[in-house]
Design a protein around this ligand. Structure first.
Ligand SMILES: [Zn+2]
Length: 105
């Protein structure tokens, strides 16, 4: 058994419930399927976020060291911004993936 969002009111309900306890909507048998779809969608969204963050991180490094010398001025600034946002974004996404996996078990 797991908690899933009600398809009508979005409040958390049991995946085994026949009826939503919040909005009384009737729920037909495929709650498990809905739950799995929601899980897969969430996982792929997190993968995309992690990929974007990784790209930003790599872009920051490339901008910084383009031409074999550490950047200066605007280029250094742009590189540092990409690097920092990419790095932090990646860490946050990794934590979210771990939490998501833990919740799914
Ligand atoms: Zn509901």
């Amino acid at each position: 058994m797991a908690l899933i969002p009600c398809p009508y009111c979005k409040k958390q309900i049991s995946s085994l419930a026949k009826q939503c306890q919040h909005c009384d909507a009737k729920l037909t048998g495929d709650n498990e399927a809905r739950l799995n779809i929601a899980k897969i969608n969430q996982a792929s969204k997190l993968q995309t976020h992690s990929f974007i963050a990784m790209t930003l991180f790599v872009a920051g490094v490339v901008i910084w060291f383009w031409g074999g010398e550490p950047a200066e001025g605007n280029r250094m600034y742009a590189g540092a911004v990409c690097f920092t946002f990419g790095f932090i974004g990646y860490l946050i996404t990794r934590v979210r993936i771990i939490l998501h996996k833990r919740r799914s078990v």
